[in-house]
Design a binder for this molecule. Structure first.
Ligand code: GRF
Length: 219
């Protein structure tokens, strides 16, 4: 059996995307080993999920550090020590310093609840509704120092219906996120996905448009 991909996950919140990754691993569809789940919030549900799954956890309080670069240096030092091959941001609500990210170029993924490049940052559901968009969605991208601005890998799309509000949109999008993120991590685990000089490479070929999540997975 090939060595499973070692992944670390950063999460600030309840951790349903982490739960989806763990479930895919347990179902045998995601050949990964979780080496660390870390959070900037000691109360994060993601940490409790990781503990229950027997995954090493780490909570670091940003307030205990003089500034962002110092916090990020400590956090990324611990991630490096964990032996992770890939870092997945699954609801990590902090901007990461460019100097901490630099050695990890092409090895950090983020899931963001919008059809990037639309709506980087917060309140994506509200902003899609306010703009009168016909569709909304989620994106997985490689992380760069630019917030939610790194090269796009894959998206899941959702039609906005009359009567949708922030809550209904978030509720209908989440199950799509839970399929999208494990599917992208599986591509990394299969060594099919990489970040090259000119952008995302799938099976060694430039990816000209993000993959789309369909009924049967990414296409
Ligand atoms: C998700 O909507 C994710 O896209 C966003 O934050 C939310 C995290 O949810 N970045 P959870 O903690 O994984 O349940």
């Amino acid at each position: 059996m090939p060595t499973p991909l070692r992944i670390a996950v950063l999460a600030s919140g309840r951790g349903s995307n982490l739960a989806a990754l763990i479930a895919a691993r347990d179902a045998g569809t995601l050949p990964v080993e979780f080496v660390l789940v870390a959070s900037d919030k000691a109360s994060a549900g993601a940490l409790r999920l990781a503990e229950a799954a027997g995954i090493p956890t780490l909570a670091l309080n940003p307030k205990s550090y003089p500034d962002r670069p110092t916090f990020d240096r400590e956090l990324f030092g611990r991630i490096t020590t964990s032996g992770a091959d890939l870092l997945v941001l699954a609801g990590f609500m902090r901007v990461i310093d460019g100097s901490a990210l630099a050695p990890w170029a092409g090895r950090v993924l983020n899931i963001h609840p919008s059809l990037l490049p639309r709506y980087r940052g917060l309140h994506t559901h509200r902003r899609a509704l306010e703009a009168g968009d016909a569709e909304h969605g989620a994106s997985v991208h490689f992380v760069t120092a630019e917030l939610d601005g790194g090269p796009l890998i894959a998206q899941a799309r959702l039609a906005i219906e009359t009567g949708d509000d922030e809550e209904t949109l978030a509720r209908r999008l989440l199950p799509l996120e839970h399929r999208l993120l494990p599917a992208v991590v599986a591509l990394v685990a299969a060594h099919r996905l990489a970040l090259g000089e000119a952008g995302v490479l799938l099976d060694g070929q430039p990816l000209h448009a993000p993959l789309q999540l369909g009924e049967h997975g990414l296409q």
